[in-house]
Design a protein around this ligand. Structure first.
Ligand code: HEM
Length: 141
């Protein structure tokens, strides 16, 4: 059973690496969205960072799924909590993308709407990730 144990611990390590990268990207997104720059530079940056964000969310999901499968598909409240948080993060990312598509170079109002939602979203993402990590490590102490 050593190979199984190795696989679980590797999947958990990867899970944690994705958690850290996702949290760092959320911080960068928050900072970029706060910084004032011309519309084109701003939108290029937002587009490229959200693509990376999607990759990290996918990584987080698949590594979580591997750990979930390898530990016997047991649906605990921790798993429900993590999946719910991830679903929220994905839905709010989709909504943010829709708001982004509605922004126009000359329409300052639409850019403002996007920025307000983006700031709130990345802050909530970050709080969720940190909170879940604290809870997960606190119960395993
Ligand atoms: C917001 C997204 C998520 C965060 C912040 C998160 C965070 C964590 C943390 C901090 C751990 C503990 C790692 C360790 O023991 O070193 C963990 C373990 C785990 N995660 Fe996630 N996770 C997320 C999403 C998911 C998803 C989508 C799944 C899918 C099923 C999942 C399944 C698991 C499982 C099964 C474990 C092992 C549970 C245990 O040891 O009791 N996670 N996660």
């Amino acid at each position: 059973m050593d190979a199984m144990k190795d696989m679980i611990s590797m999947a958990i390590s990867l899970h944690v690496i994705f958690i850290v990268i996702t949290a760092v990207l959320a911080i960068f997104s928050y900072i970029f969205i706060n910084s004032d720059r011309d519309f084109r530079g701003f939108s290029n940056r937002v587009e490229s960072i959200s693509l990376q964000y999607y990759f990290m969310l996918a990584g987080l999901f698949f590594t979580g799924l591997v750990v979930f499968g390898a530990t016997g598909l047991e649906i605990t409240w921790q798993v429900v909590m993590m999946i719910s948080a991830l679903i929220w993060i994905i839905f709010s990312s989709v909504k943010l993308h829709m708001l982004f598509k509605m922004t126009r170079q000359r329409d300052i109002e639409s850019q403002k709407r996007f920025k307000v939602y983006a700031k709130r979203k990345y802050l909530i993402d970050l709080v969720l990730i940190l909170l879940i990590s604290v809870i997960m490590y606190a119960i395993s102490l």
